[in-house]
Design a binder for this molecule. Structure first.
Ligand code: FES
Length: 100
């Protein structure tokens, strides 16, 4: 079920990521060259906050130790066998909706 996490104006600009809370869950929303994607905010290395990282070469870089995550697939840059959850995201009437 899609739930509203933010208004469109709150989305991060291209090349950046941002954290949004939904209930007790935190979502990382990334803007990859204008494409918005959503994934779990918790880095699988040591729990770093992915939404506080930057986007480099289409990947969100964890601010703690630099592990890279593809926000469209959730896969880690160093291994396609490691991945965080990704969530469908859409914008409707100025609202950002995520299917968590
Ligand atoms: S916690 Fe993300 S790279 Fe270490």
């Amino acid at each position: 079920m899609f739930v509203r996490i933010a208004s469109q104006s709150e989305l991060p600009p291209a090349g950046e990521a941002k954290e949004f809370s939904q209930g007790d869950q935190v979502i990382c929303v990334a803007n990859v060259n204008g494409t918005i994607a959503a994934m779990d905010n918790v880095c699988l290395h040591m729990g770093g906050p992915l939404g506080q990282g930057l986007v480099e070469r289409n990947k969100v870089v964890c601010p703690w130790h630099g592990w890279q995550w593809d926000p469209k697939t959730g896969k880690a840059g160093h291994s396609s066998e490691v991945s965080v959850a990704v969530y469908p995201i859409k914008i409707e009437n100025g609202d950002v909706l995520v299917d968590i």
